[in-house]
Design a binder for this molecule. Structure first.
Ligand code: V3L
Length: 85
């Protein structure tokens, strides 16, 4: 959407692009200068911390992943767990 940027979360050895809806929500939070962004992912609530750039499951903070805002053209494993090659 914006200047060709997209949102990514970390996988085992590479980055996954967020699905379209969640990516839009992150971008909205980011543009609004919010520190955290609440995300609903596959029925689980997560908080994305836009200062530390970490995604954490609300009820289990050991489930954390790095996130990044990067060019849409950045290397990725796929989108939301669906591989693209
Ligand atoms: N969007 C979609 N699924 C997610 C997201 C998200 N933002 N965050 C976590 N999950 P956790 P490799 C990922 C999924 O963090 O082989 C990938 O999408 C997460 O899926 O412990 O390591 C792949 O489908 C995981 O299945 O709460 O690169 C899969 O991992 C589950 O939620 C394997 O990817 C628990 O994640």
């Amino acid at each position: 959407y914006d200047g060709g940027y997209q949102w990514f979360y970390e996988g085992r050895n590479g980055w996954w692009q967020y699905d379209e809806r969640t990516s839009r929500e992150l971008e909205t939070c980011y543009k609004a200068g919010e520190r955290t962004c609440e995300l609903l992912i596959a029925g689980f609530l997560y908080d994305a911390n836009l200062d530390t750039m970490l995604q954490m499951r609300r009820n289990d903070h050991s489930r954390r992943r790095r996130i990044k805002r990067d060019f849409a053209s950045a290397p990725k494993k796929g989108v939301a767990g669906l591989r693209t090659e």
